[in-house]
Ligand binder design. Structure first.
Ligand code: HEM
Length: 494
């Protein structure tokens, strides 16, 4: 009896139970399973977590480093809120990202994080920043996005929509963060300084993220010491990004806060607190990283999902007409904040796309002390503890039997108004004290772009099969999203 009881307990306790396909190997832990599934990592992890008794699995890395990945909302709440102090980003992640992000808000814990969070959350919540964001987005849509898509429609050109959206987001977040317009979407008039900054930024982000994927954890340190390979390239791109950011900071400090300058850097410079150049550089780089690929990832997946859902597109068009059609047209006009706020169905359609394709698919912390998660999973000091937002969107236990279906209606109440869910069930924007500061800004940007684009154009996706996913800091499409662009007819039909 005792024997069978302990067997039963170990099956229920995910810290000791492994399904046959997930038995760790001596010395190398789960590395063979990770390597075997590297091309479909996101879906493999989602399947593995769905099959686990409490949607939580303990993983072994080579060298015995262990960690827990969960898709269980009670565990997520425990990590992100109830025991927040026990789950900082931790020394490992901080070391991997330090060259690029320094002590910026994304890469700091404790008092350094708290101080930045306090100032930044005050600024992010001001009405003047919100109107500044709306102005920047409208300008970028009118002056660059529409001309680019009109040109593609006139010439019947195929465009990589993911690339277009990433360029759009980069311009936008640079303007909001430090009042600089890199004109990266202005593909017809490339400015070499801008391109090299944007490309150095992209390389620095990709190569820093690559450090997390080393099978031999400290190999990158040896490469850095020797100045070879990816570490040499990382050093060069980080130096270029830092130099560019410092140049802007110095000129801003000289000018002080310019009359009417609403960007985040000017606001930090104008603060009574005197911040060092390094502090300002790190925080600005963190903002750029936060806003650069997140909204573009969300919009790329949204447009891909929409390409096979004319019913959802029709409802967005109806809503557009009801809020902003002006002269009775089908929208596509540049909407203001109030009109965007009224677009509850569009809000739901974007939120639902991010449930299935969260821009930040996985997020990790490091346990400061031993702990037990609400589902009984044992966590040891120093282990990584991650939640997997991608898997959570595909969990029957969280969203019900239709969890894999794209259904914006699940976010609407009987009156058609958007109804938010618990952030622990939907941690797409993180949750608890470190919740995303740019959520409102992101929705303004995404809704403006989606409203304008759906109202004016029809995209024919060149290859209709599901794009291959790249699981990095953000969920990108490996080969982009090539589309043919057509102008929508005046009556809204395609
Ligand atoms: C769809 C778009 C976005 C999504 C899904 C998203 C999601 C997230 C997530 C998951 C985190 C937690 C990351 C971590 O702790 O490692 C985060 C943090 C953050 N986000 Fe966003 N984000 C989005 C857009 C933005 C934008 C446009 C900004 C503005 C610059 C922004 C600013 C921030 C900041 C400053 C933090 C750090 C908060 C802290 O650590 O206290 N985000 N976001």
């Amino acid at each position: 009896l005792l024997f069978s009881k302990s067997r039963f307990k170990s099956k229920l306790n995910p810290s000791t139970y492994y399904p046959p396909s997930l038995k760790p190997y001596p010395l190398v832990g789960h590395l063979p399973q990770f390597l075997g599934n590297r091309r479909r990592m996101a879906d493999w992890l989602a399947e593995t977590l769905a099959a686990a008794p409490t949607n939580t699995v303990t993983f072994h890395r080579p060298g015995g480093v262990r960690g827990v990945i969960t898709a269980n909302p009670a565990n997520v709440e425990h990590i992100l809120r109830a025991c927040f102090d026990n789950y900082p980003k931790g020394a490992r992640s901080s070391a991997l990202l330090h060259d690029f992000l320094g002590r910026g808000i994304f890469n700091s814990d404790g008092d350094a994080w708290r101080a930045q969070r306090k100032t930044a959350s005050f600024e992010f919540n001001t009405r003047s920043l919100r109107s500044f964001v709306v102005r920047c987005v409208r300008r970028e849509v009118a002056a660059r996005l529409i001309p680019l898509l009109d040109d593609a429609a006139d010439r019947g050109r195929v465009v990589d929509l993911q690339d277009v959206l990433e360029r759009f987001a980069f311009d936008n977040v640079c303007q909001v963060s430090f009042g600089h317009d890199p004109a990266y979407l202005d593909v017809a008039n490339p400015d070499s300084a801008t391109c090299s900054f944007a490309e150095a930024f992209r390389d620095a982000a990709d190569l820093s993220a690559g450090r997390f994927r080393y099978a031999v954890p400290r190999l990158w340190r040896i490469k850095k010491l020797l100045g070879v390979g990816s570490e040499r390239r990382l050093g060069e791109s980080v130096a270029a990004v830092h130099a560019f950011a410092l140049e802007i900071i110095r000129s801003r400090e000289k000018e002080g806060r310019l009359a009417g300058a609403d960007d985040l850097l000017s606001r930090f410079v104008a603060n009574e607190e005197r911040y060092s150049e390094e502090f300002l550089r790190d925080i600005v780089i963190s903002f750029l990283l936060a806003g650069r690929e997140t909204t573009s990832s969300a919009l790329s997946w949204f447009f891909w999902v929409l390409s096979s859902r004319p019913d959802v597109e029709r409802r967005i068009l109806d809503e557009l007409r009801s809020v902003g059609g002006g002269g009775g047209g089908w929208g596509g006009e540049l909407l203001g904040f109030e009109e965007l706020r009224e677009m509850q169905y569009l809000h739901a359609a974007l939120t639902e796309a991010m449930r299935l394709y969260p821009p930040v698919p996985v997020n990790s912390t490091e346990a400061k002390e031993d702990d037990v998660l609400p589902d009984g999973t044992v966590v040891r000091k120093g282990w990584f503890v991650s939640y997997n937002a991608y898997a959570m969107g595909r969990m029957e236990a969280v969203w019900g039997e239709d969890c894999r279906e794209y259904r914006p209606e699940r976010w609407l109440d009987g009156e058609g108004a958007f109804r938010a869910e618990s952030p622990y069930k939907y941690p797409v924007f993180h949750a608890g004290p470190r919740m995303c500061l740019g959520k409102e800004m992101a929705y303004i940007q995404m809704k403006s772009v989606a409203a304008c684009v759906v109202g004016r154009y029809v995209f024919d996706v060149v290859d209709g099969s599901c794009p291959e996913k790249v699981l990095s800091l953000t969920l990108r499409m490996k080969d982009g999203l090539p589309v043919r662009v057509r102008r929508r007819c005046n009556d809204g039909s395609s």
